[in-house]
Design a protein around this ligand. Structure first.
Ligand SMILES: Nc1ncnc2c1ncn2[C@@H]1O[C@H](COP(=O)(O)OP(=O)(O)O)[C@@H](O)[C@H]1O
Ligand SMILES: [Mg+2]
Length: 251
């Protein structure tokens, strides 16, 4: 049984402006991401990578085509449902680290949960768990300035996955990091995909990161010009099939 994609684009077009200023940022894009999959999106500056993430996360509406994120068709859901989806199902990480310097690591991660109405104790529990998942246990009461750039990006990733976010949209998340810290952040994204089942869409300029991706999508002028499968993605359902198959062999 094939599981459903957590994110799907069908013929998605996004046009900014009109007439002589019209820009076709996305042009009939069809694209799917499965739970637990890490998809890298590459392409030259201005080819539509950030727009793809904005449309996937419901920050921009498509001009045409259908976007389904976490089972919700973004074309016809209410604004209230759209904002719930943005808060509960989708996390964002950017190149800029965007942490609040006057809040501790755990308070930074708790903030969106509390803004969303979660009580303080529960938000703290979830935030500590997320910091643990990004490999930063036991340092939650320090301030962002006490951490290296790579660690700050880990805190931002913890903030993006805290609660039960199913999709992580990362827009050049290593742009401000040195090589070592950058590799370690990408490795973390791959681990979150594999072990937590989070679907990760990673926009990057770095060809070497494709080694961690299940799939790479190449964009040019808003069009998918190439797609490469890096690793055959194994889903939980496939594993069940394997177990069933090997049980048959044994019997
Ligand atoms: N809000 C906007 N208004 C007008 N044009 C935009 C807007 N956002 C993006 N664009 C245009 O859409 C195209 C794709 O942009 P973007 O998705 O940011 O590309 P990338 O992230 O690959 O560099 C570019 O030509 C850009 O100028
Ligand atoms: Mg961009």
């Amino acid at each position: 049984m094939t599981p459903n994609p957590i994110l799907s684009f069908d013929g998605v077009t996004k046009v900014f402006g009109s007439g002589s200023t019209e820009t076709r940022a996305l042009d009939s894009i069809t694209f799917r991401v499965m739970p637990g999959e890490l998809v890298a999106v590459m392409g030259p500056s201005g080819c539509g990578k950030s727009t793809l993430l904005h449309v996937a996360g419901g920050l921009e509406r498509p001009t045409a085509g259908q976007v389904v994120t976490c089972g919700r068709n973004l074309g016809d859901i209410s604004l209230a449902a759209l904002s719930t989806m943005r808060r509960c199902d989708v996390g964002y990480v950017f190149q800029k680290l965007n942490l609040i310097p006057s809040l501790t690591a755990v308070e930074n991660v708790m903030l969106p949960l509390e803004l969303d109405g979660m009580n303080r104790r529960q938000a703290r529990t979830q935030a500590l768990q997320a910091l643990d998942e990004v490999g930063l246990p036991g340092v939650h009461d320090r301030y962002p300035d006490d951490f290296s750039g790579g660690q700050q990006q880990r805190i931002a990733i913890a903030r993006a996955i805290a609660g039960t976010r199913k999709v992580l949209l990362a827009d050049e998340p290593t742009g401000s990091l040195d090589t070592l810290a950058a590799d370690s952040v990408i490795e973390l994204l791959a681990t979150l995909a594999r072990e937590r089942g989070t679907a990760v869409v990673l926009v990057t300029h770095e060809p070497r990161f494709t080694a961690w991706a299940d799939r790479v999508v190449y964009l040019r002028d808003g069009v998918v010009v190439d797609e490469a499968v890096m690793h055959a993605h194994t889903t939980a359902a496939d594993l069940d099939d394997d177990v069933a198959a090997s049980a048959q062999v044994r019997s």
